[in-house]
Design a protein around this ligand. Structure first.
Ligand code: MEV
Length: 291
């Protein structure tokens, strides 16, 4: 029995440390952005939904529909506060919301393990070789420490500090950025190892509540990501500006070649001032996230 409507929701995520290196087995830390959500609503249609590999939403709907051995006579509607293709996990969040909506529509129960498996399958279409970090963090309400192929743990910390998330306005290109790192071959190895080491230092800084140390490793990670060629001129400029305005650290986040940067400051007031400054200097949107 299908329903007249199927609804699914998910929140988003940001990668604090370890993007790209996580694809090669190094640790990464990501935090859920529970206030940034995607809602997918499915209703019946007399037309069949057509496959579109470039569209993570349609891909996820069809992945779930085919798992349930149904025919996709569906139409969809999405409402989202997650900016698309800005490194904030919109493809993973969209996939999770869509799969939940499909199971709701067909009145089927869905375990978290199956949800994760189907979302991972859909993510492979969106960006080739996903580490699983985005999906895992969009499923969690706690920070995630993940090593691909080995497992994950949740992290609890309260630094009393704030992240300013600033959107360059440039579409991030995760698939291309992942391919760019791969094309470097063995030349990427020392940089990926450095990123892994910096993530371990970030984990230590989080566990002892040392915001200054965390800031330093974030900035060091940005430099390595820049050398790997996955940053962009505008991200570099917003990072430099953040540091010039007293941020404890700053880096790009997510796949890169556009997307967002994150800057760490100690207080909410500093975060508000920095956010305003970054918007004056070309960030198209900013958000604050307590850490
Ligand atoms: C994309 O959000 C993060 C990357 O590390 C790719 C991945 O983890 O699958 C670039």
């Amino acid at each position: 029995m299908t329903k007249k409507v199927g609804i699914g929701q998910s929140h988003s995520k940001l990668i604090l440390m370890g993007e790209h290196a996580v694809v090669y087995g190094y640790p990464a830390i990501a935090i859920p952005l529970t206030a940034m959500t995607v809602t997918c609503r499915l209703t019946p249609s007399d037309k069949v939904l057509v496959r579109s590999p470039q569209d993570p939403l349609v891909t996820a709907i069809l992945t779930a529909v085919s798992h349930l051995k149904q025919s996709p006579y569906l139409t969809y509607d999405i409402s989202s506060s997650v900016p698309e293709r800005r490194g904030l996990g919109s493809s993973a969040a969209v996939a999770l919301a869509a799969i939940r909506a499909v199971f709701d529509y067909y009145n089927q129960s869905l375990t978290e393990a199956l949800l994760e498996r189907l979302a991972h399958k859909a993510e492979k279409v969106a960006h080739a070789n996903p580490s699983g970090l985005d999906v895992k963090t969009c499923l969690s309400d706690k920070a995630i420490h993940l090593v691909k192929g080995q497992g994950f743990s949740t992290l609890s910390f309260d630094l009393g500090a704030y992240l300013v998330i600033a959107d360059t306005g440039i579409h991030g290109q995760t698939r291309e950025a992942v391919a760019k790192v791969k094309a470097l071959g063995h030349l990427a190895n020392p940089h990926l190892a450095t990123l892994g080491e910096l993530t371990s230092q970030a984990e230590e800084a989080l566990s002892v509540g040392n915001a200054t140390a965390l800031g330093n490793v974030m900035t060091a990670a940005h430099d390595v990501l820049r050398v790997l060629g996955v940053s962009c001129e505008k991200s570099d400029r917003l990072v430099t500006l953040s540091l010039a305005h007293g941020a404890l650290g700053s880096k790009m986040t997510g796949g890169g070649l556009g997307g967002c940067i994150i800057s760490l400051v100690q207080t909410k007031q500093e975060a508000e001032v920095l956010a305003k400054r970054l918007e004056e200097e070309g960030a198209v949107h900013t958000w604050l996230q307590k850490l």
